[in-house]
Unconditional design. Sequence first.
Lengths: 115, 113
Amino acid sequence: DGGITQSPKYLFRKEGQNVTLSCEQNLNHDAMYWYRQDPGQGLRLIYYSQIVNDFQKGDIAEGYSVSREKKESFPLTVTSAQKNPTAFYLCASTRRPGLQAYEQYFGPGTRLTVT
Amino acid sequence: AQTVTQSQPEMSVQEAETVTLSCTYDTSENNYYLFWYKQPPSRQMILVIRQEAYKQQNATENRFSVNFQKAAKSFSLKISDSQLGDTAMYFCAFMKQGGGMRFGAGTRLTVKP
């Protein structure tokens, strides 16, 4: 089945540690995205990548880093510089920008708790 | 920067009735895309309906339809014949070509039996 996988579903870390969230897709999509969702709020864009080896900052990139070495993978690292890392993180992908269908397909999310 | 506003934090509707969720947005772009996503308690984001800004005709998808008013920058979602399974958070989202999505804060919809 084609889709987006995020692992693990729940992640716990101590304050001051960096942590990397996994996102893999087998949809052959070119563009991938990371969003953060806090309780009672909408999704906010962290980073996105339209092609391999290229990515752009979203609205709340501070304290996060990404890489895009393969088309299928777009890992997100939450660094110790992120002041409030506890949140629900969603990864998404879409077909190559330039086509009409811009809908994004979402993974199941990772709940990160930092104490 | 684009902003998306959903002014109704919570709404409820009786099963089989019709409900309309509001969304307004702010942008200087002329070509863009609008979406409604549903997020049930599982937290999986599910696309409900999408609208291309260059299309004047309102999008419909079975029981779901939109009222897209480009000049007013308004994009409301109408759910007809509401079902218990429609209970969820609903997010309005804006996307310009080549960018990421911007989401509203969401409307929590409860369908009552």
